[in-house]
Ligand binder design. Structure first.
Ligand SMILES: [Zn+2]
Length: 171
């Protein structure tokens, strides 16, 4: 599972990793209670996806794509950190979609890809990313921002090179 208990994919650093006061609550619950709103919803959808049945899989995909539309509408008014969170959610949704290639067409994967690319592009143009790294060691928060961008981009390139090329070659 992409998000399981306290285990997270390499492109997400939980807030409790930066703020030790949050850590005991997450450890006691056995899952991250420190997530901001969008990541918390995303984690809930991940759990629903992995416990899906044939009867409810279409409903779960509808919920995931409704969430994609919601975060896409929030993105223009979001700051860089919120956009980064949205990017993390979209990367997770892309990975879930890659796990179920039979539903590409029914789910309108083009919409998910367009939202992900637009969000990444907007984020890549933010000043926080474009600023030169200082000669001194960057703050942990700055390192997380850049590292999350780098890891998400690597995943998206991998995703495109495998799944989209396979679709083109197969058509
Ligand atoms: Zn946490």
């Amino acid at each position: 599972m992409i998000i399981e208990g306290l285990k997270l994919p390499p492109f997400i650093k939980a807030p409790c990793h930066q703020n030790e006061e949050l850590a005991p609550g997450c450890a006691a619950a056995g899952r991250h209670q420190c997530f901001p709103k969008n990541l918390d919803t995303c984690a809930g959808l991940v759990h629903m996806y992995y416990s899906r049945t044939e009867e409810n899989v279409d409903t779960i995909w509808s919920m995931i794509y409704a969430e994609v539309a919601k975060v896409a509408s929030e993105c223009p008014a979001s700051n860089a950190e919120e956009r980064l969170e949205i990017m993390q959610c979209l990367t997770i949704f892309l990975l879930l979609q890659a796990d179920d290639p039979q539903s590409y067409e029914a789910n309108d994967i083009g919409f998910l890809l367009t939202v992900a690319i637009d969000t990444y592009y907007d984020l890549a143009l933010t000043q926080e990313w474009r600023d030169e790294l200082p000669n001194t060691r960057p703050l942990y928060r700055e390192w997380i921002f850049r590292e999350t961008m780098r890891r998400s981009l690597s995943l998206m390139i991998y995703w495109f090179s495998t799944h989209i090329l396979m679709l083109i070659v197969g058509s």
